[in-house]
Each structure stands twice: as C-alpha cells, then as structure tokens.
Ligand binder design. Structure first.
Ligand SMILES: NC(=O)c1ccc[n+]([C@@H]2O[C@H](COP(=O)([O-])OP(=O)(O)OC[C@H]3O[C@@H](n4cnc5c(N)ncnc54)[C@H](OP(=O)(O)O)[C@@H]3O)[C@@H](O)[C@H]2O)c1
Length: 251
C-alpha cells in the first residue's frame, strides 16, 4: 500500500468524477486533501465530509475559476496560508465541449482553451513556490487519449489536451530535479462528462471497441495518479500514462 501520511495535496475539480476519486484515494493513503471546485459546492462539501471519515487530516474545500489568474492566485494563497506547502497538485478540472470545425464557435473554442490549458498553467505557476518547499513534489496533469489521437467534432478539446501533454514534457525538464511532472491520459471514464455519449446504447457501442471491454471507473484513473505522485515513481518524470483499457491510440 502506498502511504502518504502528512502529505498536502491539491486536486482541482475535486468535487466530482475523476477528481473526487483522486481525493478519496489520496485521503485513504494518509494525505490531507484540498478539494477545489468551481460551482458545485454541495458536491465538493460532500466529498470533504467523506474524506474526514477516511482520515483525520485537515482536509479543506474551496472554489476558484481556474481560467482566471486572480481566482487561481486566491486559491493558492489560501493553501499557502493554511498549509505552507504542497507535495502534489493534480491538475484535473476540465471541460469537454462539442465544436465541429465546419461551424466553429470561437467563444466555445476560447472557453475550452482557457479552462483546459490556461487553467493548468495558472495552477502550476501559483503552486510552484509551495511545491518547492516539499521533498516529494510532483504535478500530475489529467490529459486524454484525445490529446494524442485527436477527437472528431471535439477537436478544440483534443488540441487542449495535446497542449497539456506538451506542457507536461516541457515542465518536467524545466522543473527537474525539484518537481516531477507527469500526466495520466484516460480514455472513456464513467463520469457526468460522458452522460450524453453513454445514453441510448452509446455506452455499449463504446465498450465494444475497448479491448478490456468496459469504460473506466473514476477509481481506475485515480490509482495511476496516486502511483505517479508517490515515491514509488520517484524516477519517473515527463511521462504520459495511458489508462484506456487497451484502446489503440494512433493510426
Ligand atoms: N470522463 C472522461 O471520459 C474523461 C476522459 C479523458 C479525460 N478526462 C479529463 O478528466 C478530467 C476530469 O473529468 P471528469 O470526467 O471527472 O469531469 P466532470 O465530472 O465533468 O468534472 C469536471 C470538474 O472540473 C471542474 N471544472 C470545470 N470547469 C471549471 C472551471 N472553469 N474552473 C474550475 N473548475 C472547473 C468542475 O467543477 P464543478 O463541479 O464545481 O463545476 C468539476 O469538478 C478533465 O480534465 C477531463 O477532460 C475525462
């Protein structure tokens, strides 16, 4: 079992889906978790209450708009005042917005890039001073298969996740040896993000194309995130770990 007793971990978008599963797993491993959310306060509060039943660490919850520099600065200032350091940041918050190129909606394009690209960049910049006070520091970015093979009708999303894969590699050398930086790239995951494509038989059609025969649970993603953050991965940086049930990425 991986133990992270005494660790301080920030999970963006921790109130539901993959982020909430990461919060639970880090808390089970002994870490104190800062649950960040944007708008769904009830859900984020429920996650924090659950964490308190998992470990007695000083878990926290607070809101921020990750595409806004001042909002992200406020979030990390609060973490600094409360904890004074971070051992891991999970850059998980993100949006998945349909936007076919034939009828490209520029506002939606910019919103996707602001949340999925500006967001992780801003969080990383503001978190760095806190991470540099840790001897175990790492950032784990949640990217996507779409960032590697693209995604029809969602090409701005694929482009945003591809940007974070490139950022992962750039930051990993820029920040070594102080901070390790890795990504986890999920395929289909059973969260609110995928309610529409999974409806009306969509889930069965998707699962038929996955060698392991099912979409991932949020917990399937949280495990590799915890591993990459942990000392077991202390010689791994700049890697993209695909968690997609064996789906072929390229070709
Ligand atoms: N689900 C999949 O199949 C899949 C596949 C590959 C990659 N991913 C990636 O995995 C990550 C998590 O996805 P998920 O499926 O767990 O999504 P989700 O259930 O829709 O949750 C998204 C989270 O991001 C937060 N968020 C969204 N926009 C934000 C903003 N502007 N500022 C701050 N927080 C914001 C939300 O906060 P509120 O709840 O407060 O609104 C929520 O906590 C995303 O980066 C996604 O792209 C997901």
């Amino acid at each position: 079992m991986i133990r992270l007793d005494g660790w301080r971990v920030l999970v963006t978008g921790g109130g539901r889906g993959i982020g909430a599963a990461c919060c639970r797993l880090f808390a089970r491993a002994g870490a104190a978790v800062w649950v960040h959310y944007r708008s769904d306060e009830a859900s984020a509060d429920a996650v924090r209450a659950e964490l308190e039943s998992l470990s007695a660490e000083p878990h926290r919850v607070s809101a921020a708009e990750i595409s806004e520099p001042s909002s992200v600065r406020g979030l990390l200032s609060a973490v600094d005042e409360t904890w004074g350091r971070l051992d891991c940041v999970v850059n998980n918050a993100g949006i998945w917005v349909r936007n076919p190129i034939d009828e490209l909606d520029v506002d939606r394009l910019q919103e996707t890039l602001r949340v999925n690209v500006d967001g992780p960049f801003l969080v990383a910049r503001e978190a760095l001073p806190l991470l540099r006070r840790s001897r175990n520091a790492s950032i784990v970015n949640i990217t996507s298969t779409a960032g590697q093979r693209g995604e029809a009708f969602y090409s701005p999303y694929g482009a945003s996740k591809g940007a974070i894969i490139a950022a992962t590699k750039g930051w990993s050398t820029e920040l070594a040896p102080d901070v390790r930086v890795n990504s986890v790239a999920p395929g289909w995951v059973d969260t609110e993000m995928c309610v529409e494509p999974f409806a009306d038989g969509g889930r069965q059609a998707i699962e038929a194309g996955i060698p392991l025969g099912r979409v991932a649970s949020p917990e399937d993603i949280a495990g590799p995130v915890l591993f990459l953050a942990s000392p077991l991965a202390r010689h791994i940086t700049g890697e993209i770990v695909n968690v997609n049930g064996g789906s072929v990425l390229c070709g």
